[in-house]
Design a protein around this ligand. Structure first.
Ligand SMILES: NC(=O)c1ccc[n+]([C@@H]2O[C@H](COP(=O)([O-])OP(=O)(O)OC[C@H]3O[C@@H](n4cnc5c(N)ncnc54)[C@H](O)[C@@H]3O)[C@@H](O)[C@H]2O)c1
Length: 388
């Protein structure tokens, strides 16, 4: 993620020249010395350090990206706020809602702009689906299904990275994957108010991977095994807040990191009284729409990426030319730095991250107790569905 944030900052001046922003990569921190070297020699940072505090103390640094593992989000997020540095932090912002709330409180106190790595929001097809929900084109959303099915841990000898340890990551598929799903549906439809969940762990042990070596896709043939401490799979039933148009939507959200088949299968199906919309990240540039209950065009029509959708025209000159994952991070960098420089606030904020974390924590509690759990409202969080 550190590499991807760096590339996104570098792309800004050519993708959005009118912003007049030319980010410079100044100071990179990583506890793995070879990654500090990589940041300097390959990514082009002017300085490197093993201690993130040196970055926060650097008076030349205007904004920071926090891309460390989840257990450091609270510590580094609070330190960044106290240092007065606006920060772009990766999801899920800590291991649980308590971690996220501490970062939110520190950011509020310091008055710094925050931005969250909920990159899937920025897909042009997703932005368009959000507009269709907000302007009533789909009618009242009655029910939805959304999933994040990925196979990064489908291999039984897939490495036991920090993601599988409770102390380092918090929950498993819930925090790592369902957090993206929850953010997407709250961005599209509105706040979730109640949740019921179950979780399961598919592989009980995995070979150990030292911090800062490899990625969570690594496979280790003869490594020492240690226990997996969190969930590989999570399923939830959710209720959304009522809208002016009637009762709130209901839906199912699922996530798996061990699935065989879908590779980065993050998708949703929204069903409204007047239409439906369906999207899947593996076909990121396609939005399937059914608008209206009658007439000659029953069934889904596929709309391809084009200049009317989101920031598509910034990346491609004509319709139907695929954008990619990395482009979403460039849009995210644009929203972050626009907010930092006093422009329109279109970025996901720490309050939005807390609204997601509260759903994930409620789901975790529900999975443990077998009971439905209410989700506490988060002041300052903004949602889709016809009004921010
Ligand atoms: N938005 C997305 O789509 C997305 C995708 C992948 C990861 N993420 C998030 O990004 C974060 C990082 O994930 P990753 O896959 O890049 O992990 P990673 O393990 O590949 O990289 C984490 C890096 O942090 C370094 N690190 C560890 N302790 C440190 C410290 N004290 N100070 C500075 N650096 C330290 C490690 O050495 C490593 O280089 C996680 O929170 C994850 O949830 C988000």
């Amino acid at each position: 993620m550190g590499k991807l944030h760096s590339r996104a900052y570098q792309a800004l001046s050519s993708v959005y020249p009118e912003l007049g922003l030319r980010p410079r990569l100044l100071h990179a921190a990583d506890t793995a010395p070879d990654r500090v070297e990589y940041a300097r020699d390959v990514l082009g940072y002017e300085r490197g350090t093993g201690d993130y505090r040196e970055v926060l103390a650097d008076p030349d640094v205007d904004v920071v990206s926090i891309c460390a593992p989840n257990m450091l989000h609270r510590e580094i997020g609070v330190a960044a706020a106290e240092a007065g540095k606006p920060f772009w932090i990766e999801k899920p912002v800590g291991r649980d809602a308590r971690d996220t709330a501490e970062v939110a409180e520190a950011a509020r106190k310091a008055g710094v702009v925050t931005s969250i790595g909920f990159n899937y929001r920025h897909a042009p097809a997703v932005e368009h689906a959000r507009e269709l929900v907000a302007d009533g084109s789909l009618g009242r959303i009655t029910n939805l299904r959304a999933v994040f099915f990925t196979g990064y841990a489908a291999e039984p000898k897939g490495a036991l990275s920090w993601r599988f340890k409770r102390e380092l990551a918090g929950t498993g598929a819930l925090g790592d994957l369902l957090s993206h799903v929850v953010d997407l549906v709250q961005y599209l439809v509105g706040p979730i108010t109640e949740v019921s969940a179950l979780t399961s762990t598919v592989y009980a042990e995995r070979p150990i991977l030292p911090m800062g070596s490899g990625t969570h896709f690594a496979v280790i043939e003869d490594g020492e095994l240690a226990p997996v401490e969190n969930d590989d799979y999570a399923a939830t039933l959710v209720r959304f807040a009522p809208t002016a148009g009637g009762p709130g939507a209901v839906g199912t959200l699922e996530a798996s990191r061990t699935i065989v088949g879908p590779q980065c299968g993050l998708g949703f199906e929204l069903y409204g009284t007047d239409g439906s919309a369906a999207w899947d990240f593996e076909r990121m540039n396609e939005l399937r729409l059914c608008l209206g209950r009658s007439g000659p065009h029953q069934g889904y029509t596929t709309v391809l990426g084009n200049a009317h959708l989101g920031d598509y025209a910034r990346f491609q000159p004509g319709p139907g030319i695929a954008m990619g994952y990395d482009d979403l991070k460039v849009v995210e960098a644009r929203k972050f730095l626009t907010a930092v420089t006093g422009g329109e606030r279109r970025n996901a904020t720490i309050d939005d991250a807390l609204a997601v974390a509260e759903v994930i924590s409620a789901a975790e509690a529900s999975a443990a107790s077998g009971q439905w759990r209410p989700v506490p409202p988060v002041p300052g969080a903004r949602f889709g569905g016809g009004g921010d």
